[in-house]
Design a protein around this ligand. Structure first.
Ligand SMILES: Cc1cc2nc3c(=O)[nH]c(=O)nc-3n(C[C@H](O)[C@H](O)[C@H](O)COP(=O)(O)O)c2cc1C
Length: 186
């Protein structure tokens, strides 16, 4: 498999429908290796990953997270062990986000579908911590759904030169946010 890095990035899409087919352990291991080479603050590498493939646990996640009610056969919960964050606190969300993106891109390279499921706020943190038994010092930062895609989503570019400035910011430039009434995420 050979493709340009940019083509790979453009090919990654959020997949919300999966085949009833498990992901091979070797592929999961490759995805985890991709996560562990992410950049991190002071090279702290504060991440710990929970790989969930048991259907009963997946079902519990689906039931408790309405924005994650998709039939992926596998989830990798990206956690930060705050005891591993030396020198500077509060940066682990960036470290874990870098690890997450590495995983999604690696999954794409392996022809797997993936989805970043957000874990945000006390309630969500408690819900997922209870499901997989996390102690207080291990903070869930996000969930990667992984599986074989049961939907076809085309690659698409989103480049917008209005968001790029030369040397200094231009306060007169007007921007449009994504329309509020756009119900379906595509
Ligand atoms: C931090 C973060 C949290 C997200 N949480 C969810 C989520 O809970 N459920 C979901 O279906 N998609 C979630 N997404 C995926 C976005 O909706 C998706 O990336 C966006 O619509 C763009 O589509 P694309 O990934 O196909 O480019 C999340 C993405 C990010 C970066």
């Amino acid at each position: 498999m050979y493709e340009s890095v940019l083509d790979l990035f453009i090919r990654r899409r959020s997949i919300r429908s999966y085949l009833d087919k498990p992901v091979e352990k070797e592929k999961i291991d490759t995805i985890l290796k991709a996560a562990f080479v992410a950049p991190s603050t002071c090279n702290n590498q504060p991440w710990e990953m929970i790989v969930v493939t048991e259907k009963s646990i997946m079902d519990e996640i689906r039931a408790k997270f309405s924005f994650a009610n998709y039939n992926a056969p596998c989830a990798i919960i990206v956690c930060a062990n705050t005891h591993l964050c030396r020198n500077i606190k509060g940066m682990y969300i960036f470290d874990c986000s870098a690890a997450m993106q590495n995983m999604l891109l690696c999954a794409t390279a392996l022809d797997l579908g993936s989805l970043w499921v957000g874990v945000y706020g006390e309630q969500s943190i408690k819900k997922i911590s209870d499901i997989v038994g996390l102690p207080k010092h291990v903070v869930p930062c996000g969930i990667a759904y992984i599986g074989y895609a049961n939907e076809v989503k085309g690659p698409r570019e989103q480049f917008n030169d209005k968001r790029v400035y030369e040397q200094v910011y231009d306060i007169n430039r007007k921007h449009r946010a994504r329309p509020k009434n756009m119900k379906k995420l595509t």
